[in-house]
Write a new protein. Structure first.
Length: 276
């Protein structure tokens, strides 16, 4: 009883607890500081590379995620060791524990492996517009990690999909895209009228909106809007469908399609050709 009432004993214990708490606070503070500094360091490091903006953003996202996990684990082990727990056996048994967990976390392992190959093979990058699994998810990639990928849809919803669930990915941002527009007109419309309308639209758009189209070394359109041909004839509804194509810059793919449809509709109606 006298030992418990000894003020020196309590004071020593409070000093020990206070010192250990102070060390933990310092560890957490240093970890927080490193987390802040690493963003600047990683970004400045990539400015020295010759990677394009999308590849830099993708690798920055990956490194930010990877370093965060590493710092959390190291800080956690240091805090545990500070309170008197021997972390040696924990580290030594990590392999055995990891093997045991691996059998129950096969999906996580698949996510990590798939994420690595997505980044290594440059299937898509941050900022690319993609269609996942045959149109199941459509949107702009905002983050590519080893475990999951984040995609922001047109409605501004953020969809998180595990990398192992990505079976088919269609990338709409690889420098060049072919805009394909179909126009349906009455069956008895003279094909030459369609050709003349497409030619007029092609000349007008390449002059008024030259930035839409993919250009060669001589600053000329690689493939201006042109009539691909008669795509289909529907006998039951007496409709003829024509296809018009052009090569455009990937960032202007959607706008090029809209402008081409608008210009074709105006040109055909101006020539007295009805749209079916």
């Amino acid at each position: 009883m006298t030992e418990w009432m000894n003020s020196d004993l309590w004071w020593n214990r409070l000093n020990i607890i206070g010192s250990k708490a102070a060390v933990i606070v310092i560890i957490l503070g240093i970890t927080w500081l490193i987390l802040k500094i690493r963003r600047t360091v990683i970004r400045r490091a990539f400015t020295l590379t010759r990677l394009d903006e999308k590849q830099r953003a993708t690798l920055e996202s990956l490194l930010m995620s990877l370093t965060r996990y590493i710092l959390y684990i190291v800080a956690g082990l240091m805090c545990i060791g500070n309170i008197g727990v021997n972390i040696g056996p924990i580290i030594a048994s990590a392999g055995v524990v990891g093997l045991a967990v691996g059998f129950g976390a096969q999906t996580l392992v698949k996510d990590l492996i798939t994420g690595f190959f997505i980044i290594f093979e440059d299937q898509f990058s941050v900022g690319d517009y993609v269609s996942i699994n045959g149109g199941q998810i459509n949107g702009t990639v905002t983050s590519v990690g080893l475990r999951a990928t984040k995609i922001r849809t047109w409605a501004q919803h953020v969809v998180v999909i595990q990398n192992s669930e990505i079976k088919i990915s269609q990338n709409f941002n690889r420098e060049r895209m072919r805009a394909i527009v179909n126009v349906s007109v009455p069956f008895d419309t003279d094909p030459s009228a369609i050709e003349e309308a497409v030619q007029a639209v092609s000349e007008r758009l390449t002059e008024s909106m030259p930035y839409l189209f993919l250009r060669d070394g001589h600053d000329q359109p690689v493939e201006p809007p042109q009539l691909y041909g008669l795509a289909d004839i529907a006998d039951n509804s007496l409709v003829a469908k024509y296809t018009i194509t052009c090569l455009v810059k990937d960032v202007h793919y959607w706008r090029a399609g809209r402008e081409l449809r608008k210009a074709l509709a105006e040109e055909l109606m101006g020539r007295g050709v009805a749209l079916a």
